[in-house]
Write a protein that binds this ligand. Sequence first.
Ligand SMILES: [Zn+2]
Length: 209
Amino acid sequence: MTMSSDQAAPAIQRNELSEGWLNAARACPSPNFGHRPPGAPINLIVVHSISLPPGEFGGTEIEQLFTNQLDWNAHPYFEHIRGMEVSSHFLIRRDGELVQFVDTHERAWHAGASEWCGRHNCNDFSIGIELEGLEGGCFEAAQYQRLTELCQALLERHPIEHVVGHEHIAPGRKQDPGPGFDWPGFQSALGWPSRCFPKTTPPSQARPG
Ligand SMILES: [Zn+2]
């Protein structure tokens, strides 16, 4: 079941990020975070996809997972993630709603074992954004719009240099957001130079999502 919406969410205002929390986001504070290493510039955005249970949208299970309140017995799939303590800084729902779990100055637990540009442990220096969706599937226009606005707002506050997918910093281990994510369209909408993005498969070669 896919929720789509043609309702335009209010744009994120520039310089709105205060103390690492975005006014335009609904705050859902997660206990799953730590301090970043001192002096680590926050210069990477990592895009993920998540849905719980996989392929089902619109429920509260993602927020429950990120706040350690998920009932592991509520669905057979949850047995595979039982006990996980994870988080991201942001979640963008199918209708474009923005939810924030962790202060951007703090270290959220979204990337796991990872490497980008020779640096390991990407959680140390990145901001994690989850898109509600199925790995390999497509995403809603409202999500791209919100993601674009969010990246622009984050650049106002942090020296962002790259936007990548989880699959690019943990190749072989992670595959999200997958081939259904429109990197060329996102790059065009954001208007940042191509060196800010991973080398990707052209959309004509992407697997149908
Ligand atoms: Zn991921």
